[in-house]
Design a protein around this ligand. Sequence first.
Ligand SMILES: [Zn+2]
Length: 162
Amino acid sequence: MTCEKAFDRYLGLDKHDRVPLSVTLHLIGCPACRTAVRRVTKAERILAAPLAVYPLSDAVPAADPVVQEALRRINASGLAFPQGFSEEGRVSLTRWLASGLALAAGFSILPFSQIGAWSRAVFGTGYLVSYFLLCGVAVTAWCGLFVGTNIDLFVKKFGFEA
Ligand SMILES: [Zn+2]
């Protein structure tokens, strides 16, 4: 994929859209496009800051009944700008962290549990090889899934200077 095509596809995305895999792969291999994407993201953030949408409870209610009616109609029509990231189809970072901690805690505790004692008694210390292989495969799979499903966030947040 050429730089121009990849960048056009990136610019064609709506806000908070997931970056397609082909564009992500191009961004990983192309420092110039990665820098451009990072700059576009930074510029968008700077430009949007004054327009930030505050929760309704924090907003000062407009005194003008015409403005109040207009805001009510905008909200009722569903045209109001969506707040924050669309979490649809995405596992939250808190859940990723919790699952990673559960995985690490499980592998740390297991050798000292009854299962670990039983395994040592039955298989000797030979079970440790397969146990550590299982740990390695599980941690690698978890990291692969975490990075693979959140790679667009990594590319947007941690792009490198060319
Ligand atoms: Zn490029």
